[in-house]
Design a protein around this ligand. Structure first.
Ligand code: IPM
Ligand code: MG
Length: 369
């Protein structure tokens, strides 16, 4: 059988720097674990716009559709702020999500012991935190029609539409319940059923799927604003949170900061199974392109590295190897290795992006002895 294929789209800003460390680790798995991947690199976002006048070419889209998994770095930057909306870097990412139909976005927020002091919340609130946000990724206000800026009389009006079908809600709810069964067996669904019809339907459909198929899982509902409040008050009350595209975007940034740094959090975006049984999948860090520190070797590659660990687990059935990589990251942090984002004002010298990658590779080596 041929090696599984990975399409690597490093993108803009710190994307290429953090992805370079992942490429080292992919090489390590080939050399040391006999896990070989056929890796191909291509462009997405601003760099694709610079080269081709579009943030994602049809050829790259076709490669993504055919790959066993896509690894993405980050897109965007101030250089592209004035571009027409239709060719902005983010449109490339949104096209990948939509056309690959990656409806379930898994965003774990885990607090590493070594970093518990670094959170802006008290240590006992975050120590041992391990929650999973499942964000619907291909519908809702991100894609609903009508949308646009229109003229109404003598002023402009900006319109976006929150739209969800029953089947869109049901499939992401199933993803959340399935995950919960393998974790703490609890799902909290978040919407705004107090003000939005789409929220009422969301709550109804999640409840129906629960009763029909997952009655063994504990289900609760929360308004998304109260959910944000509860996430900062006592985040450990949650196991799996399932929510829509926009609320999921907000809540996952919030949850990320509970863990100390946005530079730590990976994500997996999963769709329906392909012919080979693997889900359509794209893996990317939750953080953005961080243009302010791009090109300086300061970025934390851990979110991107942990995204590859998610690829090992969810695309390639290598749960043990994923755990090995996660352990290596934990070890490096326990040893006190820190990129600048994990230091704040504490006076220690941070390591560079590539030194962090090397430390993780060394910890992987050590895991074999
Ligand atoms: C994310 C990002 C994206 C989003 C942007 C870059 C389009 O914030 O993945 O959370 O809003 O979904
Ligand atoms: Mg976001």
């Amino acid at each position: 059988m041929s090696n599984p294929s990975l399409l690597v789209l490093a993108g803009d800003g710190i994307g290429p720097e953090v992805m370079a460390e992942v490429v080292k680790i992919i090489g390590w798995y080939g050399d040391k674990r006999g896990l070989h991947f056929a890796v191909e690199h291509d462009l997405v976002g601003g760099c694709a716009y610079d080269a081709h006048g579009t943030p994602l070419t049809d050829a790259t889209m076709a490669k993504a559709q055919a790959a066993d998994a896509v690894l993405l770095g980050a897109v965007g930057g101030p250089k592209y702020d004035s571009l027409d909306f239709s060719v902005k870097p983010e449109r490339g990412l949104l096209r990948l999500r939509k056309e690959m139909d990656l409806y379930a976005n898994l965003r774990p927020a885990q607090c590493f012991d070594a970093l518990a002091d670094f959170s802006s919340l008290k240590k006992d609130v975050v120590a041992g935190l391990d929650i999973m946000i499942v964000r619907e990724l291909t519908s809702g206000v991100y894609f609903g029609e009508p949308r646009g800026i229109f003229k109404e009389g003598n002023e402009r009006v900006g319109i976006n539409t929150q739209r969800y079908t029953e089947s869109e809600i049901a499939r992401v709810a199933r993803s959340a319940f399935e995950l919960a069964r393998r974790r703490g067996n609890k799902v909290c669904s978040m919407e705004k059923a107090n003000v939005m019809e789409s929220g009422i339907l969301w709550r109804d459909v999640v409840t129906e799927v629960h009763q029909a198929e997952y009655a063994d899982v504990e289900l609760s509902h929360m308004y998304a604003d109260a959910g944000a409040m509860q996430l900062t008050r006592w985040p450990k009350q949650f196991d799996v949170i399932v929510t829509d595209n926009l609320f999921g975007d907000l809540l996952s940034d919030l949850a990320a900061m509970l863990t100390g740094s946005l530079g730590m959090l990976p994500s997996a975006s999963l769709g329906a199974p392909m012919e080979n049984g693997r889900p359509k999948a794209l893996y990317e860090p939750v953080h953005g392109s961080a243009p302010d520190i791009a090109g300086q070797g300061k970025a934390n590659p851990i979110a991107c590295v942990l995204s590859f660990a998610m690829a090992l687990r969810y695309s390639f059935d290598q749960g043990d190897e994923a755990a090995r990589l996660e352990k290596a990251v934990e070890q490096v942090l326990a040893d006190g290795v820190r990129t600048a984002d994990l230091l704040g004002e504490d006076g220690r010298t941070p390591v560079s992006t590539s030194q962090m990658g090397d430390a993780i590779v060394a910890a992987l080596d050590a895991s074999l002895t």
